[in-house]
Design a protein around this ligand. Structure first.
Ligand SMILES: Nc1ncnc2c1ncn2[C@@H]1O[C@H](COP(=O)(O)OP(=O)(O)OP(=O)(O)O)[C@@H](O)[C@H]1O
Ligand SMILES: [Mg+2]
Length: 278
């Protein structure tokens, strides 16, 4: 936890230097984003034991596991600054390849860089899972926002980790393809993108080759991170997914998950999968 403490210390110093008027900070990605006021946001306390069991980076001290996410964070932040991106989706070709764990740990590691407020959206409404990683039972979230018009501010959850909040998936639904393609979902992404430009939004998406229309939804986000599971993801599936996307969204990179070799670039992952196409 030493890293987190250091980061919190840094944040206090930065916040002190930046002054207290949040309006001054809006729109400048180099400065801390305005503090989230957790008036209606549910706050939960996450024991270290749960963090470790669930493989959350915040449960671990320095080491290769935390370093790997720090490297990923550096790559994401570089693109964010260069290209003005702030909405990133995490997907893979098939089930159970590590999308959710990657999305959660990427979000946490981004939130540990304390210039940023991070919102993780569980956009896998067919099989919502982010709440479980934080030790929670099913709780209202994106489904209730889209279908029942529940106010967003009452759905967000703050697990007591820095400036990190998440929107749970809510009750599971069968028609997740329609939900993802709905105008209300597109409007939500636009709202999240433009309201606070210095807030980073990470979406935990369903698999690219599932029935959910991830390919149709992809153009609404800034970039896609592709999780590939070593020894499991078929190279033909990656090819099919890339074909279906037809360049409609930039691929930020590839994560080789469940590998002794940790993070690889998409180019390296493709080489490993013998995909010789840029
Ligand atoms: N790097 C890893 N090391 C060990 N276990 C992992 C790793 N990544 C994921 N897992 C485990 O694999 C399982 C699937 O992970 P996760 O839920 O993140 O995948 P997913 O792609 O989001 O699945 P789904 O398609 O169901 O949404 C979980 O039990 C998770 O804890
Ligand atoms: Mg998942």
């Amino acid at each position: 936890m030493e890293y987190l403490q250091q980061a919190q210390e840094r944040f206090k110093q930065q916040a002190g230097a930046a002054g207290t008027d949040p309006r001054r900070l809006v729109g400048d990605s180099r400065r801390p984003s305005p503090p989230i006021v957790y008036t209606t946001t549910k706050t939960i306390t996450l024991p270290d034991r749960v963090m470790r069991e669930q493989r959350l980076i915040t449960g671990f001290d320095e080491g290769p596991f935390v370093d790997a996410y720090r490297m990923l964070r550096a790559q994401v932040l570089q693109q964010y600054r260069q290209k003005g991106w702030n909405v990133i989706g995490v997907s893979s070709t098939a089930d159970q390849e590590g999308k959710t764990l990657t999305a959660v740990n990427l979000s946490l590691s981004l939130a540990m860089d304390l210039a940023h407020t991070v919102l993780l959206v569980d956009a896998d409404m067919h099989r919502p899972a982010v709440h479980r990683i934080f030790g929670m039972e099913t709780t209202p979230g994106l489904t209730e926002y889209l279908f029942d018009h529940a106010p967003l501010t009452q759905l967000l959850i703050h697990p007591g980790i820095g400036r990190f909040v998440f929107l749970p998936g809510g009750r599971a639904i069968k028609n997740s393809a329609e939900a993802l393609a709905s105008p209300r979902m597109t409007a939500l992404v636009q709202e999240l993108k433009h309201r606070y430009p210095s807030r980073l939004v990470v979406l935990d998406l369903p698999p690219l080759l599932s029935r959910a229309d991830v390919v149709g939804f992809a153009p609404h986000i800034d970039a896609l991170l592709l999780v590939v599971e070593e020894g499991r993801t078929a190279s033909t599936d990656v090819e099919r997914a890339m074909e279906a996307l037809k360049g409609s969204v930039p691929i930020l990179g590839g994560i080789l998950n469940k590998s002794g070799r940790k993070m690889l670039t998409l180019r390296q992952a493709r080489q490993l999968l013998r995909i010789h196409r840029d």
